[in-house]
Design a protein around this ligand. Structure first.
Ligand code: UDP
Ligand code: MG
Length: 334
């Protein structure tokens, strides 16, 4: 008789200064695990250089429950890199990523796992109700997703953040993406496999405040666009051509007028000046765009580690598996 070993599920939770939210989070997520004994659970909290009591709270929790594992990064590396760290260190056959602030409901995870059991490889949590977010955030997000789907990543699910579940097949696939400028949801939109969505209502933050001020959201959106598309670069050629055409048109028109009237037309100088100012603006814009690509290239070429680990709890520091070395049969996904 073969013993049935439950499928392991890793819950990856990036945390940056979440001391206020973490007690609420633990109170909500642990019952979800306890009520779903069909899986063996691990909770991998990635402490992304928190300056508050997050680490102490997590370490205390991990002392009482071996399923709670803590990975403290050496400093703040940012949300996306913290998720990458969690994905590298988790061991589950199924993996779910969830924020620590309870804006994503832990109760939706069993439904996501059920979709994986049905044979889907990626399950995107899709926000059906964003009324908990500010008007500016909702509008910005709507514009961002519309632009991204149209020009950058057609398969990017609308209104889907990083609340997702995937199986290890997909984790292995995205782990082969070596980028330093990380954008998990973009990477998942390009891997293929069988993908589906689970709707959920985005809640208010349970406690604490957002770690994504306006400038960070803008920087995140900019990097997502520039690191996944050469579309902005492509604008340079038609814009340059347009400027040249207008220039040639003005000169031809004014030269014609000059031939048939007395002396040079003063409007020619004005028109050329206006065009000169416009062209210089466009030129500077494209220098700026090229600088963004250079920045990304610099980060990629330097090839520094995506994150550095300072300390772990309930994790064997030497045991970080190279995700590529996993034996798929051993972890038993279908
Ligand atoms: N986070 C992180 N590192 C950061 C910023 C955020 O690990 O540099 C975590 C944060 O603790 C939370 C998740 O990423 O669990 C999402 O951040 P937040 O809720 O502040 O973003 P928002 O929901 O406001 O967009
Ligand atoms: Mg949040």
């Amino acid at each position: 008789m073969t013993l049935h070993t439950p499928k392991t599920v890793s819950i990856v939770v990036p945390c940056f200064n979440e001391a206020e939210a973490l007690p609420h989070f633990l109170r909500r997520i642990m019952p979800v695990a306890d009520q779903t004994p069909a899986y063996a659970w691990e909770f991998l909290f990635v402490n992304d250089g928190s300056k508050d009591e997050s680490e102490r709270l997590l370490v205390e929790a991990s002392a009482h429950d071996p399923r709670i594992k803590v990975l403290s990064l050496s400093r703040n590396f940012g949300h996306q890199r913290a998720i990458s760290a969690g994905l590298d260190w988790c061991e589950g056959a199924y993996i779910a990523v969830i924020d620590a602030d309870l804006q994503d409901p832990p109760e939706a995870i069993p439904e996501m796992l059920a979709r994986l059991d049905e044979g889907f490889d990626v399950v995107h949590g899709v926000r059906t109700d964003r009324s908990a977010d500010s008007w500016a955030k909702r509008t910005g997000a709507a514009l961002f997703y519309r632009f991204m789907r149209r020009h950058v990543l057609p398969d990017l699910p609308e209104n889907s953040g990083d609340f997702k579940a995937m199986n290890r097949k997909v984790l292995l696939a995205v782990s082969q993406y070596p980028e330093r400028v990380r954008f998990l949801r973009g990477a998942l939109a390009t891997v293929g496999f069988r993908q589906t969505t689970v709707p959920y209502a985005r809640a208010e933050r349970s406690a604490g405040h957002s770690k994504y001020p306006f400038w960070k959201v803008v920087a995140f959106s900019r990097d997502a666009i520039f690191s996944n598309s050469i579309w902005p670069l492509r604008l340079a050629l038609p814009t340059g051509l347009l400027v040249e055409l207008i220039l040639v048109g003005i000169v031809a028109l004014r030269c014609g007028q000059a031939v048939f009237s007395d002396g040079p037309s003063p409007t020619l100088v004005e028109a050329l000046l206006a065009l000169g100012v416009g062209a210089t603006g466009a030129l500077l814009l494209f220098v700026g765009i090229m600088a963004e690509y250079l920045k990304i290239l610099l980060f990629e070429v330097k090839h520094r580690p995506v994150y550095l680990v300072r300390q772990t709890w309930n994790l064997d520091p030497g045991a970080r598996k190279s995700v590529r070395d996993y034996n798929s049969e051993h972890i038993g996904f279908h």
